[in-house]
Design a protein around this ligand. Sequence first.
Ligand code: IDP
Ligand code: MG
Length: 139
Amino acid sequence: MERSLVLIKPDAMQRELAGTILSRFQQEGLRLAALKMLHIDRDLAERHYAVHAGKPFFNDLIKYITSTPVVAAVLEGEKAVERIRKIMGATDPARAEAGTIRKDFGLDIQQNAVHGSDSVETAEKEIKLYFAGDEIFDY
Ligand code: IDP
Ligand code: MG
């Protein structure tokens, strides 16, 4: 059983898509283990996206991800990380496969509706940034 961090990003929050996007994952059999709404501050944003520090889009990315509250979730299931990435689609909505969340709801390469961890190792780190142990449930 794997766990992954999912964020409903500001562009999707602005368009009331949080429930729709979460249900896409739930319909695919991914189980909700944790859920919260929060306004990411600069420090958390920089830690979350540390791997992108120094890239040309980094400052805009930090500004964007801190621009509105987001919904953060831990979703679990077999091969959850890989399945979630597939359901999300490619980073650039224009290049995402038909039927993916980013194809259907993403606006552009930055405002692409949803975040999902890119590996099991990253997922473990990201989940710790957003959730305390007692906020994650087994049921
Ligand atoms: P991912 O979200 O598909 O894992 P990453 O390459 O890890 O994509 O990039 C993290 C986030 O940074 C993207 O989801 C997107 O919001 C933003 N981003 C990535 N590449 C670009 C770019 O070339 N221009 C603007 N924003 C970008
Ligand atoms: Mg990534």
